[in-house]
Write a protein of this length. Structure first.
Length: 172
């Protein structure tokens, strides 16, 4: 069975990890190793933006953990790429590595009460979406499909955690 590495980079919702592992097994037949990398994060941090550069974190994960079939980094840090104000995540199209930020998935980020169920469902969607890209999937026009693009949490909440049939076929 293909092995995946889950890198926990300042990811604090560790109680949710069993759900994440189960989801990776169910959707991608991946078995996971959990890794807390010893990493100097200062080089990925932008002081002016108070965010971390997702592309660089992906590069780091690839140089360190390339023996894995897939590498999923999870973080509570807010992520960016230079052309955007923020990203929920980033992935290599048809590659190994993906990263997901939980930062803007917490209802508390929007001044709303804590809601673990909602947070977990958003997190799973973002993980499936970014990992979907690593299997070569592009954005899908089916608005219920998890590969539908989302630029804010409302758009994440509208779509499902699942891949439409056409996207599911492509993963296999
Ligand atoms: Zn996408
Ligand atoms: Zn689809």
């Amino acid at each position: 069975m293909p092995q995946a590495a889950i890198l926990l980079i300042n990811f604090n919702s560790s109680s949710l990890i069993p759900y994440i592992e189960e989801n990776l097994y169910k959707n991608f037949s991946l078995k996971c190793d959990l890794i807390i990398p010893r990493i100097d994060l200062s080089q990925y941090y932008s002081e002016t933006r108070d965010q971390y550069y997702s592309t660089k974190l992906i590069e780091y994960s690839l140089t360190k953990y390339s023996e894995y079939e897939k590498i999923l980094s999870l973080t509570d840090f807010d992520l960016y790429v230079p052309v955007l104000t923020f990203v929920f995540g980033e992935a290599q199209l048809n590659g190994k590595a993906a990263i997901v930020s939980a930062h803007r998935l917490y209802p508390e980020f929007y001044g709303l009460p804590q809601n673990d169920e909602l947070f977990l469902s958003r997190l799973i969607k973002e993980i499936n979406h970014e990992l979907g890209h690593t299997y070569g999937l592009k954005h899908c026009i089916d608005f219920e499909c998890v590969m539908h693009s989302s630029s804010n949490v409302d758009e994440i909440d509208i779509k499902s955690e699942n891949f439409c049939n056409s996207c599911k076929q492509k993963i296999k």
